[in-house]
Design a protein around this ligand. Sequence first.
Ligand code: AMP
Ligand code: GLY
Length: 425
Amino acid sequence: MNILLIGSGGREHALAWKLAASPMLTRLYAAPGNPGIAQEAELVALDIADHAAVAAFCKDKAIDLVVVGPEGPLVAGIGDDLRAAGIRVFGPSKAAAQLEGSKGFTKDLCARYGIPTAAYGRFDNAAEARAYVEKMGAPIVIKADGLAAGKGVTVAMTLDEALGAVDGCFDGAFGGAGASVVVEEFMTGEEASFFCLCDGKTALPFGTAQDHKRVGDGDVGPNTGGMGAYSPAPVMTPELIEQTMREIIEPTMRGMAEMGSPFAGVLFAGLMLTDKGPRLIEYNTRFGDPECQVLMLRLKEDLLVLLNAATDGQLAHVSARWRDEAALTVVMAAKGYPGTPEKGSVISGIDQAEASGARVFHAGTAVQGGKIVANGGRVLNVTATGKNVSEAQQKAYAAVDLVDWPEGFCRRDIGWLAVEREQRK
Ligand code: AMP
Ligand code: GLY
């Protein structure tokens, strides 16, 4: 099979690496890709926003399946446009991608199908949103409805902060994404990420993970796209997975089908494990980044077989087996991230880190004068496996220490909660 992979981050490097291992693969192309992905795929300089150009490339290269990594193109309808041109795509339709593209859409679906989630109000003007915030009181959570690159959520501990966040959204802090606002009950509990592969009818559980969103050790400082992750999430017992499937995932699949937008692709549920059971925080309609990196290291199956099954409505006939080991990834970021990162600094030692047994996925790199340089905020994902999270953590940090990059930084405590749990055993 000829495959076109869309995206350019660490998630896509992990997908490319796993797809490249498939005996079914003939040629792998990636657009736009990155220098790590280039080790596995032929990079193509396509404008992903130009769906007609992507379709023309697929026809020209006899692409059998397009795998879409990030949410942006999905919400923009790349799946629909390519399918209309007769091209097979792994990824949801524009209508189904609203599960990520509109927080209000997801909340309304939850209300309609009795899916456990935070109580909420949905508003398109500041006056009503402010009145609701004042009625509910703090702590409270304010969310821009649309895609805001992970920045549209304010967990407000005071009323002033909450009202400021409401005003910020309606004053255009998130552009069009903030024209509509969801105000939510504040939930407490441990967070976990739960993944399913979906084909419109069937949802196949596809692993659990936990990530670290804050930039600093001890989970402090500004939010980021994720500074590290590990899988499995020890807190997600088989019973909790079963309950999440029954109470959250299956009603979502049923609801989407009934509403005429069956969901096919990756359904990524952000869960809050409250004392009343798992509740949905939000959906994403793609793999997590960097959660995908740890899932791919643990997946025993041929990824291409599973993505084909999901694309063809055949998931009921396949299963996914996982290595018993844990996997952990440490994000190495350029100083300045999540603000404005410095670009262009030279990175060496990646080969030594890989020789130690870790896998280094490229997230934001470029090649300049034959050298690998930083070219983004999150730059490398140093990923390792071990018999438990503690061992995976040790191996990942041993590899991090072999990377020579003075202008980079990372958190030193990825996996701390799981490590503490393992030490208590
Ligand atoms: P989201 O972008 O919706 O995943 O939100 C980002 C983060 O905000 C989540 O990972 C949670 O830590 C926090 N969060 C979102 N919604 C809530 C909520 N209703 N209660 C408490 N924390 C929340
Ligand atoms: N790491 C969280 C996300 O991909 O949304």
